[in-house]
Design a protein around this ligand. Sequence first.
Ligand code: MG
Length: 262
Amino acid sequence: VTGEPSSKSEPLPRPRPDWAYFLDVDGTLLDFAVRPDAVRADGAVGELVDRLVARAGGAVALISGRPIADIDRFFPGRQLPVAGQHGAERRNAAGDLSHRAPESDRLAVVRELAHEAIARHPALILEDKGASIAMHYRAAPELADYVRTVTTELQQMLGDGWCVQAGKCVVEIVPVGVDKGAAILAFLAEAPFRGRTPVFIGDDRTDEHGFAAVNARGGYSIKVGAGATVAQARLPSVLAVHRWLDQDATAPLPDIGLTRVS
Ligand SMILES: [Mg+2]
């Protein structure tokens, strides 16, 4: 740490107030738990997001695989811009909600079959989010192949309008054309995000769409943790994300393990 405001060895510039911030939630702002419904957000994370919102003139959006209702539970008393279910639902800065999910009369049957498939394995968790269906196997990694097979079969029943997206210990059936990159581009077409340099931070395979989108827009992409990525830089942990987002531009850069992805 040199204490200089900027150095060529820094893989990324410091966060700037004129950027647009897009943040994944699980594994990025919040640490994982064995069950998705056991994840908790303490008040400090909310205050961190509040500070960022104030600094960036409101240009902060959460981009999550979770339903918007879950995100609002993590950040009570606020109505943050948010893309839920990878963008199948989106609430913009004006508070307007939009949905991108095809209707399918087979959805009810597929839901029923999904419940039957997980009922045979108590360690699996089915998360029916409305516009998407997720099967979690964090408590039973040996069931990864089973979950992949079942979700692929169910997606084939639903047809071309749906696809399978795999993440960390989860496989999801989501509408085609719905991904985090598309969600970020939708925000970037609107105030207060429009015209700003986008930065996206995420930790999972489904975040790669978001990294590609901000790279294409001349922005910055940061991957949390290990794994192949198209992101430009890497942070080692959720705590490092908090520290990177929360730094004072005039203070020495803390050693948080920010590295350039080669
Ligand atoms: Mg994540």
